[in-house]
Design a binder for this molecule. Structure first.
Ligand code: 13P
Length: 246
């Protein structure tokens, strides 16, 4: 039995990390284009943003500085992302938290700056394997969301489920993902905000995950680099959407 949130519209987002856009990303029949029933967005590296925007893909930055400009060599501001035509920005992806020391406080500043700039912030949260083993996953996620303003999108990406390029890595079970998504929704002041799942989502497991009532889309890494696989995920989202409408 499908019990979606009212007015549910999936967002399927492709995080290409430090990879080039996949072949055909800019073709007329690109699977990375937004569908009438489902939002699709791509997150390329900074150097590929313009190509994606020119190809009329809905595009976001993988991170951005909250300061509008400044002496910050190598960085790109959220305001600059907006200027080139981005619509979204990822805030606090676990790879940014781990490799670039992005703290909860900094992520909150990013989310505020994004809202001020008119971008949709997608705030990434999720526990490590060790934190889950110790039963601390809810505490971790609650802390990560503590100072986050309302009006954001959340991506729950358990760190232990992120493939890191290993396609054999399992995603979270639909039950574990749904439990955490319901918990996240209970924390958000705006209950209608979208909560995406990320971590080894692919063409095979996406239906089970997207059927969960509190999963409103996916933030897809490895599988988003394979156009056919990504297309499958979008098709499943479109089919579920139609199912809800009928
Ligand atoms: P994978 O889909 O490769 O597990 O990556 C998830 C992710 O980190 C998306 O932001």
């Amino acid at each position: 039995m499908l019990t979606p949130m009212p007015n549910k519209r999936f967002l399927i987002a492709a995080n290409w990390k430090m990879h080039s856009p996949p072949p055909g990303f800019d073709a007329a029949d690109s699977p990375y284009k937004t569908e009438s029933a489902v939002d699709v967005a791509v997150f390329p590296s900074f150097i590929d943003l313009s190509r994606c925007i020119s190809a009329q893909l809905i595009t976001g930055g993988q991170t951005g500085r909250p300061e509008p400009s400044g002496a910050l060599t190598g960085d790109v501001s959220i305001a600059q992302l907006k200027t080139v035509g981005c619509r979204y920005v990822l805030c606090g992806h676990s790879e940014r938290r781990k490799n670039h020391g992005e703290t909860d406080d900094y992520v909150a500043q990013q989310a505020i700056a994004a809202l001020e700039a008119g971008l949709h912030p997608i705030v990434c949260v999720g526990e490590t394997a060790d934190e889950r083993k110790k039963g601390k996953q809810h505490d971790v996620v609650k802390k990560q969301l503590k100072d986050i303003p309302s009006g954001i999108i959340v991506a729950y990406e358990p760190v232990w489920a992120i493939s890191g390029g290993d396609p054999s890595k399992p995603a979270a079970s639909a039950q574990d993902a749904q439990d955490m998504h319901a918990f996240i929704r209970s924390l958000l002041p705006d209950k209608a905000m979208r909560i995406l799942y990320g971590g080894s989502m692919n063409g095979k497991n996406c239906e089970e995950l997207l059927k969960c009532p509190d999963i409103d889309g996916g933030l897809v890494g490895g599988a988003s680099l394979k156009p056919e696989e990504f297309k499958k995920i979008v098709e499943v989202a479109v089919a579920l959407e139609k199912n809800y409408e009928s």
